[in-house]
Ligand binder design. Structure first.
Ligand code: FAD
Length: 436
């Protein structure tokens, strides 16, 4: 007979949200044996953003243990012993392949059965493959994606093997493409980035902001080819990629290819059992799904974004952490007959590459005004952008800010102060935020 275990709470997914949910359970009072985290990955929950930053950089002597949650927020780092000491079952290298929400039963790839009273879905996202755009890549070696620890280890090894003047093509101009291009360059690869949009980080950056980063990357020796799609690959007799074909007829030499073309929430286990919206699992402002005692957190949740009055899904670490904490507080409050306020999230994104570091808070809608010095030759650049909608500042971006300045821009995005004109913002620049 199959092995069967029963828990009060089960978290499926041992990523950022899973790790922070576990911590909040212990803060709220957890008895040994009440909680299990079941994760496909062979390692405890860690701060996933580090995979494309410090952890990938062989020069930085990376160890994953430095990045276990809660390294990103300054709390006690959750080593395997932490889970053991708290009586939490950390069940790793175990994929849930079937979920029956009606009978509150999960089945793993090795045939184990898990029963729960309350389920927390924290299955995160997966990467979008080039094959989904009709590009043949299935049997080709040396094409790398990055989401989980195993992807990262494979990529790091390949980076080492192809190091000597290796020509690497990075497909994708989002934050992953930028961070990985920087890591590859720092490890002496000759890097070419290609993407179809007219400028990098097209979803967030304005053309003016992008021109700084593109100039900075060019100064670092990274070649950027914009407005171009990869259409296929040429390979050698070992099945290794040797060239990338572009839609404008150009062919780029490549010892390896790294792809970062977007992510998609992992919801397939629950299809037809929970209500979905905007590609994710629909929740209320306490992360309750349409099924009683089932919650969804992090990347998979489409939740009411109170500040903007609409349903949104957010694929960022800060929300993964905060949604996890909020959901657990809500679960405990229900048990104790209390209520908690609705989740009131202010969008926050960040990235780091080379010596650069930026933060963004709020919404990137409306008119924009750039402030500060965005000369890519500047070794310590500090500049930003305000987004203004209906006479109010709704979003702020800052490159090179101190922690005080970043706090100030977050306050602006939250308070949404009114402004007389864009000229005022342009003149006052960062001091508009710091003097608020
Ligand atoms: P995840 O952290 O992805 O965790 C999901 C977990 O669920 C994984 O362990 C997965 O294996 C497991 N799982 C999935 N299905 C199953 C199953 N059936 N059975 C068992 N386990 C399962 N965000 C930022 O804000 N800033 C950044 O700079 C940034 N950089 C990033 C860099 C990289 C390389 C990546 C991949 C992401 C980055 N992100 C960044 C996004 C951020 O990491 C995610 O938003 C965050 O990890 C989401 O947390 P999560 O817990 O919802 O999902």
């Amino acid at each position: 007979m199959a092995d069967e275990k029963s828990y009060k709470y089960v978290i499926v997914g041992g990523g950022v949200a899973g790790g922070y949910a576990a911590r909040e359970f212990t803060n709220q009072g957890l008895k040994p044996g009440e909680l299990a985290i079941i994760s496909k990955e062979p390692v405890p929950p860690f701060e996933r953003p580090e995979l494309s930053k410090v952890y990938i950089d062989s020069g930085a002597n990376p160890t994953l243990a430095k990045h276990y949650v809660c390294a990103g927020t300054g709390g006690e780092r959750q080593y395997p012993k932490w889970y053991k000491d708290k009586g939490i079952d950390l069940i790793l290298s175990t994929e849930i392949v079937k979920a029956d929400l009606a009978s509150k039963t999960l089945v793993s790839d090795d045939g184990q059965i898990f029963k729960y009273q309350t389920l927390l879905i924290a299955t995160g996202s997966t990467f979008v493959r080039l094959s989904e755009f009709g590009i043949q890549e299935a049997d080709i070696k040396n094409i790398f994606y990055l989401r989980e620890i195993e992807d990262s280890d494979e990529l790091a090894l390949a980076m080492e093997i192809y190091k000597k003047g290796g020509k690497t093509v990075v497909i994708g101009g989002g934050y992953l493409g930028l961070e990985l291009s920087a890591a590859l360059r720092a490890n002496n690869h000759e890097v070419t980035m290609i993407f179809p949009e007219p400028w990098i980080m097209h979803q967030l950056f304005t053309a003016e902001m992008a021109s700084f980063y593109e100039g900075y990357y060019a100064n670092k020796g990274i070649k950027i080819i914009k407005g171009t799609l990869a259409t296929g690959f040429n390979t050698n007799s070992n099945g290794e990629v040797t060239e990338v074909k572009l839609d404008d007829g150009r062919i780029l030499e490549a010892g390896m290819v790294v792809v970062g073309v977007g992510g998609r929430p992992v919801t397939s286990l629950f299809k037809g059992q929970v209500v979905e919206e905007k590609g994710g699992i629909k929740t209320d402002a306490l992360f309750k799904t349409s099924v009683p005692n089932v919650y969804a957190l992090g990347d998979v949740a489409t939740f009411p974004m109170k500040i903007y009055g609409e349903m949104r899904r957010v694929e960022h670490a800060d929300h993964a952490r905060k949604s996890a904490v909020h959901a657990v507080k809500a679960i405990k409050a229900v048990e104790e007959g209390r209520t908690v306020p609705d989740y009131d999230y202010l969008p926050y994104f960040y990235s780091r590459f080379f010596d650069l570091s930026w933060e963004f808070y709020g919404d990137n809608v409306g008119e924009t005004i750039l402030f500060g010095d965005n000369d890519p030759k500047n070794s310590k650049p500090k500049f930003g952008t305000y987004w203004v909608k209906d006479g109010r500042v709704v979003g702020v971006f800052l490159e090179g800010g101190t922690s005080e300045e970043n706090k100030a821009i977050a306050n602006v995005a939250r308070a949404q102060p009114s402004v007389e004109s864009l000229d005022v913002l342009s003149k006052e620049g960062l001091s508009f935020a710091t003097n608020l």
